[in-house]
Design a protein around this ligand. Structure first.
Ligand code: KIV
Length: 257
């Protein structure tokens, strides 16, 4: 089992991680025993209904981190640095500090070798940082879609190199998104820090999922790798329909005051 220099007593492989963007969801996930709660910038899609994460702002992340924090007593709370809030090392540090002040214990950013100066600035200031390699949702527009990473030998090699560089720069874990399973397994074997996969096979040190995918709360889109364990959208629709029926007949039947 890998040892974690940071947050070691609360993140024990296999690490369970899930996104949350609001108080009740965060509290339920925490009470259920999830080890890491990610205030993901996926809230741009799952909460705000945008096409991707590229319009999420730091102020929005600060607000959602604050309300998630209120619901969590045990899990490690990690907040995403949104796009263009870490373009320089100074900006990366200032943005990370705002998320930590809002209640995050660690922050996460997307990218590889290009992010080393930013990573060093954040980690150098004593802020725990999680990396994110593979498919980078903040760059989905340049990439032209959500594509699997590590298919070619060159891409696999650069993923491994980026992982090792991020580890040397001091990240405490790396999210691997949509990485070919064998490449994710190789990275997991070669890194001392844990990998947390999403769409990257089962041989990572942990798994992270978007809470709406897990609970079935966002019925309009489900990534191919996501497995749904609930039907929150249906339960909500049925409850609201029952309420509408009650209102429609309330003048005839009444209901308790
Ligand atoms: O924002 C997010 O939800 C994420 C996960 C996909 C890991 O970064």
């Amino acid at each position: 089992m890998k040892s974690l220099p940071l947050l070691s007593d609360r993140l024990l492989p296999p690490i369970s991680a899930i996104t949350a963007y609001d108080y009740p969801t965060a509290r339920i996930c925490d009470e259920a025993g999830v080890q890491l709660i990610l205030v993901g910038d996926s809230l741009g899609m799952m909460v705000a209904g945008c096409e991707d994460t590229t319009s999420v702002t730091l102020d929005q992340m600060v607000y959602h981190t604050t309300i998630v924090r209120r619901g969590v007593t045990r899990a490690v709370v990690v907040a995403d640095l949104p796009i263009h809030t870490y373009d320089t090392p100074a900006e990366a540090l200032a943005s990370s500090r705002r998320l930590i002040e809002a209640g995050a214990e660690a922050v996460k950013l997307e990218g590889g070798l290009d992010q080393i100066p930013q990573i060093e600035a954040i980690v150098g200031a004593g802020i725990p940082l999680c990396g994110h390699l593979g498919m980078l949702p903040q760059h989905v527009r340049e990439e032209g879609g959500y594509k699997k990473k590590g298919r070619s030998e060159a891409e696999a090699k650069s993923l491994v190199e980026a992982g090792l560089a991020l580890e040397s720069a001091g990240v405490f874990a790396i999210v691997l998104e949509s990485v070919v399973a064998d490449v994710a397994a190789e990275m997991t074997a070669r890194l001392r820090i844990p990998t947390i996969g999403i769409g990257s096979g089962h041989r990572c040190d942990g798994q992270v999922r978007v809470v709406h995918d897990v609970t079935g709360a966002f019925p309009w889109f489900l990534p191919p790798f996501a497995k749904t364990h609930g039907n929150v959208a249906e339960v909500t629709r049925n409850a609201v329909s029952a309420f509408l029926g009650e209102v429609a007949t309330s003048h005839q039947t009444g209901f308790p005051d």
